[in-house]
Ligand binder design. Structure first.
Ligand code: MN
Length: 429
């Protein structure tokens, strides 16, 4: 059965409820999860239903928290695959709209719709927001405008515009609600700000970029689009050389970008939702998706705050050598939510982390949170961080897992040394 058919059964279940009924929505705390929950909420509201959204972390007692609420229907979106069994304890009907790998046994009160069960690669071709969009279209064909939020989810989960995601993009472009533009990554910014604030790419040593710009005879306060063609070339070739010196090998100054009629730059919305999720302000992200102007301003501030935190940590990381094991590099970070993104950025942009080894970030609090990142070349050579983290964490009584290129683990505080040694062994295999 195709995904589009499966979601029709979910729509029928909704339509079996009287109008004005309140439907519970549970989403996952990341950009895709927020976009997904908003798509479901908007579609339900348009169909005449009320809704109540909560955005949740994947904690062990998730179902405990909601099973005693009085709900006529609960819709889990971008979350739920790992709680199917426990959902039996919910007294009413449950719909799960998912793309993560999940359990096999589905209780009789649960309608489990997972992109992976309908011939799609849930890691690349359909995310939570894609499945939510399919569901929204099943509720009403006219919900094509929600393709904008679906694409935000696709971007947030770093998926491809392939499979069902490609269809969504075509829907949006065909309907005139999404527009494709190829533009320079610095568009809209003053040169000084563009270079100092840039995270992808990250430029080392640009706490103050004025001397660099002046050495190129460029005025720091000029906007990128005000440059003549010759000036633009001068700037971009100097920056290319700088990144090559940093050891970066994939350098792109132009990017294919998608703009939504109601939301503007969809990459920017995904970045805002991500910041909201990371800073525990998912509610602001939901309001942003629902079109609240004030939420847009708030999310802008959260985005700035999040980016400031990342840059601050990166400026520190630039200064010191990482610790080195035989098969990986590691460093410590105070803020667990930043560990993954910092490990990734360090691996790509910091010369001292360019040793052809995966980068691991450890965050020590009551327990130790670990994030690890590799690059595509390492994965091709056989590195699988997801497997390694899972095996090592299990051995030490913790939990771990993820993808070959990006993975995480959580272990007890006193197991640090053991973890480092075991991971070194595991990655030598
Ligand atoms: Mn997702």
């Amino acid at each position: 059965m195709k995904l589009e058919e499966a979601v029709r059964y979910a729509a029928d279940l909704v339509f079996s409820l009287p109008k004005k009924e309140k439907i519970r929505i549970i989403g996952h705390v990341d950009a895709d999860g927020i976009a997904s929950a908003a798509i479901v909420a908007i579609a339900l509201a348009r169909a005449g239903y009320r809704f109540h959204i909560s955005i949740k972390k994947t904690v062990p007692n998730l179902i405990e928290e909601i099973k005693n609420e009085e709900n006529s229907l609960i819709i889990f979106v971008d979350i739920g695959s790992s709680y199917l069994k426990e959902m039996e304890e919910c007294e009413n009907n449950v719909i799960v709209l998912e793309h993560h790998i999940g359990g096999k046994e589905v209780p009789s009160n649960v309608m489990y719709i997972n992109a992976r069960l309908h011939g799609l690669d849930g890691g690349k071709e359909a995310c939570g927001a894609s499945v939510a969009y399919a569901f929204a279209r099943a509720l009403d064909e006219n919900n094509v405008d929600l393709s904008q939020l679906a694409i935000v989810g696709v971007i947030g989960d770093k998926q491809h515009f392939a499979g069902y995601n490609k269809k969504i993009l075509e829907d949006g472009i065909g309907e005139g609600v999404i527009e494709e533009r190829e533009e320079y990554i610095f568009v809209g910014k003053h040169l000084k700000e563009a270079l100092e604030n840039s995270i992808e790419p990250y430029f080392t040593g640009f706490v103050n970029s004025t001397p660099f710009l002046e050495s190129l005879s460029l005025k720091p306060e000029m906007k990128f689009e005000e440059l003549s063609e010759e000036e633009r070339k001068r700037l971009l070739s100097a920056l290319t050389i700088k990144l090559i010196e940093q050891g970066v090998d994939d350098i792109q100054w132009k990017k294919l970008t998608y703009y939504g009629k109601s939301y503007g730059n969809l990459y920017d919305i995904a970045s805002k939702l991500n910041a909201c999720a990371r800073l525990n302000e998912a509610g602001v992200g939901i309001s942003l998706c629902l079109g609240d102007k004030k939420a847009y301003e708030k999310s802008f501030l959260l985005q700035e705050k999040y980016r400031d935190e990342i840059r601050k940590e990166m400026r520190e990381l630039e200064k010191r050598e990482p610790h080195e094991m035989k098969n990986f590099l590691y460093f410590y970070v105070d803020k667990p939510p930043l560990a993954g993104v910092l490990a990734g950025l360090a691996l790509h942009y910091l010369p001292m982390f360019k040793k052809g080894k995966p980068v691991v970030a450890l965050s020590i609090n009551d327990s130790i949170d670990i994030s690890a990142r590799a690059d595509e070349k390492m994965v091709l050579e056989g590195i699988n961080l997801g497997e390694a983290m899972k095996n090592v964490a299990l051995k030490l009584g913790g939990i771990g897992g993820g993808h070959p290129i990006a993975a995480g683990a959580k272990i007890k505080k006193e197991k640090e040394k053991e973890f480092l040694d075991e991971l070194d062994k595991e990655l030598a295999k």
